[in-house]
Write a protein that binds this ligand. Structure first.
Ligand code: HEC
Length: 144
């Protein structure tokens, strides 16, 4: 029973965020009240956390014509491993370096269709995950 809630809550938050977003460009993101974005940007593993949250909750802050980044395409554990791999693309040391290799394999299995080889993305459609800082982080920083 508990597990079901763990799965449903982020989905609900994502839906709420998705529905509320297009109406205003104000920095009040409904999902942010439950996330640690504003705090996490100051902590050492902020980049890894941001990536993990995007994978878990999805994201639609840029309104690309290609649609939003889908939530929950992988398990929580897989998301952590992929986040570790993507953190290395930012030139940073992930919290669990032993996850990087598996994370890379998972990235190529689940994400490469949109984010392309090496996470380089497609301009105007899918963000470049090697960009420093990541677009979403830059946007969050400009709001705080
Ligand atoms: C259906 C295409 C699609 C798939 C599959 C996909 N993404 Fe995305 N991703 C997007 C789009 C579109 C965005 C931009 C979302 C926005 O507007 O906020 C994005 C954003 C991101 C971001 C934030 C980038 C930034 O610059 O802030 C990360 C990190 C990310 N994706 C990682 C992943 C990972 C990891 C996977 C695999 C588990 C994945 N994505 C699968 C389309 C996709």
């Amino acid at each position: 029973m508990k597990k079901i809630w763990l799965l449903l809550l982020p989905i609900a938050l994502f839906v709420i965020a998705y529905l509320a977003k297009p109406k205003s460009t104000a920095p009040t993101q409904p999902a942010a009240s439950h996330s640690s974005h504003s705090l996490s940007l100051k902590c050492a593993n902020c980049v890894e956390e941001y990536i993990f949250e995007v994978i878990q909750k999805g994201s639609n802050i840029f309104h690309y014509p290609s649609g939003p980044m889908p939530a929950h395409t992988v398990s929580t554990q897989e998301a952590k491993k992929i986040a570790a791999y993507l953190t290395t693309l930012q030139g940073l040391e992930p919290s669990h370096p032993e996850w990087v290799q598996e994370g890379k394999v998972l990235f190529y299995g689940n994400c490469v269709g949109c984010h392309s080889n090496g996470g380089r993305g497609k301009p105007g459609y899918f963000p470049d995950l090697t960009r420093r800082p990541l677009l979403g982080i830059q946007k969050l920083r400009s709001q705080h």
